[in-house]
Design a protein around this ligand. Sequence first.
Ligand code: ADP
Ligand code: LRH
Length: 468
Amino acid sequence: KEKAHYLAIDIGASSGRCILGWIENGKIRIEELYRFENCLEETDGHLCWNLARLFHEVITGLQRCKQLNRIPLSIGIDTWGVDFVLLDQADKVLGNTIAYRDGRTQGMDAEVYKIIKEEELYQHNGIQKQLFNSIYQLMAVQKQEPDLLNNARSFLMIPEYLNFLLTGEKKNEYTNATTTQLVNAETQDWDDDLIARLGLPREIFGKLHMPKSSVGYLLPEIQKIVGFDAEVLLPATHDTGSAVLAVPANDDHSIYLSSGTWSLMGIERLIPDCTEKSRQHNFTNEGGYHYRYRYLKNIMGLWMMQSIRKEFKHAYSFTELYTLAGIGSYFSSVVDVNDSSFLAPKNMINAVQDYCEKTGQEKPETECELLYCVYNSLAKCYADTVAEIEEVTGKVYPRIHVVGGGCQDSFLNKLTAEYTGKEVYAGPVEATTLGNLVAQMLKNNEFADLVAARETIARSFNVKKVQV
Ligand code: ADP
Ligand code: LRH
């Protein structure tokens, strides 16, 4: 029998990739076919995503499959969470696709809490408060561009919209839907009560489908452009959902850290924790594969490094950055990486300096001081988060598994091991893609279950213990 190939299209806030996966001699093999940049663009005074370009990149990735004669059995798309489009009656996108870092949600938390108190909201969905969650973005649309909501007939999150362009089918997916803060943690479905109280049109939110569901087949016009047909499946379309699915551990004693633009640190649970204690610690209960919950914290993450590297005009390699940071290790000012001033500053270097000044600390002046300050602050935040996880759960976790692009950062890995005192394991780098592929492989019965899939991932990829 010919080996089945599967295509994962994983688009993060900083880059996207099309990666083919298959099983060979009991291991998962992957081959990167195409990689592209992603970034925010300013349009009409707002930070936006360029969806037309992203869709073009998806098509280019599919065309690569044909050029290399590697036709996938199925295709899955995942992206970052919380962002969405509204479609009108003719399925046209209403307005610009404003990105989560845009400032339009300022004050929208207060508007939501006028209707439903913050504590009660958490009891409904157990989702960590982030001013950019779709609930606050929808409130911004309602207040700032009410016509868009009045004309909306469908609400699609970014992967769902790309799926729609490929197949003509509009399907909402559960894991990403939980990032809206509009899904009830217990029923695992849209929270009708919440939606009604917020005055949102219930009919724009479609039935929620679980990972492994079929979206449909490529439209005839798409088949013509890419040169083949394939089924589009739903992975965990929220990238973090896919990444956590691919953590190479089946035990209950590990904390994961999905490290990319964001650092998502937490554990997997079978029962959500929507208690007041959990809310006060600002943990989230995102919906995962097979009805599991990702109990985690969003930490500002490598976004700060990405921004600083850009401001350094990409003058240094990663190795040079580590060396510079090491030279700065005498510098002791620490910033709260989760402070809102780091979400979308005009200049990240100034934002870090201002924060230090504002808090009465020494201001980083050199590249070395600046880099060490950010690394040090991130690793401290990881250590605090580990302590909080252990406090909230009453358990001790001896290990941390770092996955995603950021697990290649050996300087940060070392600091993480030092500050947390835990064993730290790094890899796989392409966890999100693997999670996406594994959902498709599970659909095609390549593994008995998730446990077998995770075992295969651990066997197939290099997972390195970080030496302190
Ligand atoms: P996202 O999916 O959010 O776009 P990724 O998982 O692709 O993010 O991770 C991107 C980040 O990984 C980069 O911002 C960078 O900090 C880190 N990274 C990528 N390559 C390397 C490398 N060779 N060494 C250290 N860090 C790296
Ligand atoms: C990571 C991520 C994270 C969300 C953020 C918007 O890419 O999906 O889980 O909170 O982006």
